[in-house]
Design a protein around this ligand. Structure first.
Ligand SMILES: [Zn+2]
Length: 326
């Protein structure tokens, strides 16, 4: 924990997920305070109250430290309307729809608030102060329970026409594949996410594949990763398969966007079992000239990526920096 005194700018960052909400104070670029609340909201109203509760705690801490929060960045999974600051449709948060969160927070704190998708926040953190500093074209894969994605194109966070760009997890990879949370079939996420890896192992075990894993072990991608590290062939195969599809998806994006760098983040990627195979398959399917000199890097930020990125986003927007290409 680092507490910078003096007049360092302090901004708040919030990462809202379906199981927990992380609140941080970022002061002089370092995390000065962090609090994590369990996610518990059954309606849009309870949802807003939860966010304001955590922010109230941050405000108290800031004032104890003799500083004031200049603004708040809010990162949330799912579809967000950045321009209006409205959270449209967060997955895994039943009862929460169309929340004008930026307005609600801005009114309650009397300072500006900005809303962005959590994967975009994670890439923003890498771009401003992580592994992708100074890059003009970056593709990020965030492999956790699902597969998130984000893009820096020509030196700007690329959000597209509706603000939804970068939904890499829903690249269609398999014809007549497994059903995806988005309502379609065969998306990258159905194979290459933590849930996809678990599903693959469970169905292989049910078919009698040889492994030391039990069905219970297969409930957790983290446990499967441990078995893979200990030499279990089925566990290794599950990660390898996920990595191959990530590699194909990376090649599609490399051939489309000609990026400087591909960043791989997320809890499942931290197993260390995805990068090598992903990169090698990406190379096989990329046009050689586009692959030349490209860098693949593991994300610098881990659990705090979303909250740090949200805070940095607020900081940059407060300074009037051109974050978006519009
Ligand atoms: Zn999908």
């Amino acid at each position: 924990m680092e507490t910078s005194r003096a007049a360092a700018r302090t901004v708040a960052g919030v990462d809202i997920g379906g199981t927990k909400v992380t609140f941080i104070l970022l002061s002089g670029g370092a995390i000065a305070y962090r609090v994590v609340l369990p996610y518990a909201a059954r309606s849009s109203r309870e949802f807003s109250e939860l966010i304001l509760k955590g922010l109230g705690d941050l405000r108290l801490r800031a004032s104890e430290a003799g500083t004031a929060i200049m603004g708040t960045g809010l990162g949330c999974a799912g579809m967000v309307d950045q321009k209006r600051g409205v959270l449209l449709f967060p997955p895994n948060m039943p009862g929460v729809r169309n929340v004008a969160l930026a307005d609600i927070v801005s009114k309650a704190t009397s300072t500006p608030a900005y809303l962005e998708n959590d994967a975009n926040c994670a890439l923003f953190a890498e771009w401003i102060s992580g592994v992708a500093v100074g890059r003009r074209n970056v593709v990020m894969f965030a492999v956790g329970t699902g597969v998130g994605g984000a893009l820096i194109v020509d030196g700007h966070l690329h959000i597209g026409r509706h603000g939804f760009a970068g939904e890499i997890g829903h690249l269609p990879m398999v014809e007549q594949g497994l059903p995806c949370g988005c309502g379609r079939h065969g998306c990258l996420e159905t194979i290459a996410s933590g849930s996809g890896i678990e599903r693959y192992v469970k169905s292989a075990l049910a078919r009698g594949s040889k492994s030391l894993m039990t069905i219970e072990d297969a409930e957790s991608a983290r446990t499967i990763a441990e078995f893979a590290h200990n030499g279990d062939l089925l566990a290794q195969q599950a990660f390898k398969r996920a990595a191959r599809y990530l590699g194909r998806a990376a090649a599609a994006l490399i051939n489309t966007l000609d990026p400087d760098m591909v960043v791989l983040g997320g809890g499942v990627a931290e197993s260390g079992l995805l990068m090598d195979e992903m990169k090698s398959v990406a190379q096989q399917h990329s046009l050689p000239l586009l692959f030349e000199g490209i860098e693949f890097a593991m994300a610098h930020y881990r659990n705090d990526a979303g909250a740090v990125g949200a805070a940095l986003l607020a900081d940059q927007l407060l300074k009037g920096r051109p974050v978006y290409s519009m």
